[in-house]
Design a protein around this ligand. Structure first.
Ligand code: HEC
Ligand code: HEC
Length: 456
């Protein structure tokens, strides 16, 4: 415990009467990345559960709802079932039986393992029965008696490169190969996008960032010289019935946590809700649209609210090793390389879903805007208004804890990058000047930049 306090400036080890060591939060804690929601103990003390902690300032009632919601998030769901087993409504098609099947320990998924979703975009003119059978996701699992939609194989291609100092590196690019399609061959021109499950921290805070702040990022970038031109993607928000700025998902395809969770329930697990009422394929009916055999929607309002309470209530881990000279140097380099233009450090939240989320000074390191990241990262699956090469700047808080929680640090939307440096080396398009600056850095500077990102 004492060792874990050291190197975490927000904490100090104190000796209590009786010889117990106690790891206490110091005043520096108030400036944690999630404001007052920031976990009170050093992240190392939570082990693999570092992303699963409730916001530190939740009240008692919210804590209870958080605990209930956590159960719904981690437990396996079952098929809709007249005996009333819960949580029910899984399938007929699904990618995992539980949210935590992909968001392992509320953390990052990995290609070739748990936590990959494969989005499908069927080309215009695809026959209706094929559209009905495949839906929007190549889900690999299905209830008994239903054919799964299909599987994905990933082949890796080596992409060599060189730093300005002559040192060589090799990146890897995924080639996506669908196989075993359950409802006939996928039409030529079908768009595919492999996306890993992101870590789920501080989402209630990102939900509470005022739309005006995101639009201000767009204006500020447009007024600057240089190629960075972030764009606020507009999406339809089914809960409010109006257009809002997209902010969740790798392509900012949903504008609220409500929408994101209802969409996850429907697309990833086959659970219908009032916002996603359609049941894509019924048991034994191989893609023919028939009347639902279970009462619709499958999700009760109360269950949905508990799932929301959990996602909104997830706090943000404290930073690590922030006071080392290397990390401080890395922070300077981060600004110099224009990383902070897109990975905007700080906001004060507006009104949150819980009072605990409102008016918090947070440091997520994202502008929540879409950017053209170049052909190297592009997929063949435009989502909403986002084109193939456009991706939303992901928040960087917690990225350095993914190894502790998930045992890997596979980054970017499809998990191709093996660590922070590879993720940077894939930055192209609007971020190309940043990548070029990193190519010119000395090995020590690159290590400092990476150490800073890993401290967030
Ligand atoms: C098949 C694996 C899978 C399952 C199962 C799954 N998710 Fe996800 N989740 C993802 C992926 C992939 C994304 C990124 C989506 C995108 O880019 O469109 C995501 C995104 C999210 C986000 C937005 C995170 C962000 O930073 O923008 C939330 C919230 C979320 N999921 C919650 C849930 C909940 C709640 C469940 C259970 C009902 C669930 N997920 C089930 C894979 C999964
Ligand atoms: C033009 C905007 C932009 C700039 C400038 C930029 N980034 Fe990014 N960054 C992004 C986007 C968008 C992604 C997601 C791309 C993807 O997943 O395909 C990303 C992804 C990342 C990731 C992986 C995050 C994850 O969760 O997987 C890291 C780490 C990162 N950036 C660090 C940096 C650093 C360090 C710099 C400066 C050298 C930088 N970025 C400059 C927009 C930007």
């Amino acid at each position: 415990m004492i060792r874990k306090c050291i190197g975490n400036p927000g904490f100090r080890a104190s000796l209590l009467a009786g010889g117990f060591w106690f790891c206490a939060a110091t005043a520096a804690w108030a400036g944690g990345p999630g404001g007052e929601t920031t976990a009170r103990a050093p992240a190392a003390t939570y082990g693999r559960q570092a992303f699963a902690q409730p916001a530190a300032n939740l009240d008692r009632a919210s804590h209870r709802a958080f605990a209930e919601g956590s159960r719904l998030f981690h437990n396996d769901w079952v098929e809709a079932d007249p005996t009333g087993r819960q949580p029910a409504g899984l399938g007929p098609h699904f990618a995992a039986r539980a949210c935590a099947g992909c968001h392992v320990h509320d953390g990052r998924g990995a290609p070739g393992a748990a936590g990959l979703a494969v989005r499908l975009a069927l080309p215009p003119g695809t026959p209706q029965d094929v559209v009905a059978a495949y839906g929007e996701q190549l889900t690999p699992l299905a209830l008994a008696g239903v054919a799964p939609r299909g599987q994905l194989r990933i082949r890796w291609q080596a992409v060599p490169g060189r730093f300005a100092d002559g040192q060589r590196y090799t990146l890897r690019r995924p080639v996506l190969e669908p196989h075993a399609p359950g409802y006939g061959p996928l039409p030529n021109g079908t768009g595919l996008s492999a996306r890993v499950a992101p870590q789920l921290v501080g989402l209630g805070l990102l939900d509470a960032v005022a739309e005006e702040d995101i639009l201000a990022n767009e204006r500020a970038q447009a007024a600057q010289p240089g190629p960075v031109r972030g764009r606020a993607g507009k999406v339809f928000e089914p809960f409010d019935g109006r257009e809002v700025v997209g902010r969740f998902g790798w392509k900012a395809s949903t504008g609220s946590l409500h929408h994101q969770i209802a969409s996850a329930l429907f697309h990833d697990m086959g659970v219908t809700s009032p916002q996603f009422p359609g049941q894509p394929v019924q048991r034994g009916q191989g893609g023919q649209g028939v009347q639902p055999v279970v009462p619709q929607p499958e999700l009760s309002r109360d269950t949905f609210l508990l799932m929301l309470d959990y996602q909104f209530g997830l706090g943000v881990p404290a930073r690590r090793r922030t006071e080392t000279a290397q990390v401080r140097r890395g922070e300077v380099l981060f600004t110099q390389a224009q990383c902070a233009t897109c990975h905007r450090p700080a906001y004060t939240t507006g009104k949150g879903w819980f009072p605990a989320l409102s008016r918090q000074a947070i440091r997520p390191y994202t502008d929540l805007l879409l950017h053209d990241m170049g052909a190297g990262l592009a997929d063949s699956h435009p989502s909403g208004q986002a084109g193939g090469a456009e991706w939303r700047t992901p928040p960087l808080w917690g990225v350095g804890l993914i190894p502790q929680v998930n045992g890997h640090q596979l980054l970017l939307h499809d998990g191709r990058a093996r660590g922070v440096l590879e993720a940077i080396l894939w930055h192209g398009g609007e971020a190309d000047p940043s990548r070029r600056q990193v190519l010119r850095m000395s090995p020590g500077e690159r290590r400092a930049l990476v150490a800073f990102v890993n401290s967030l």
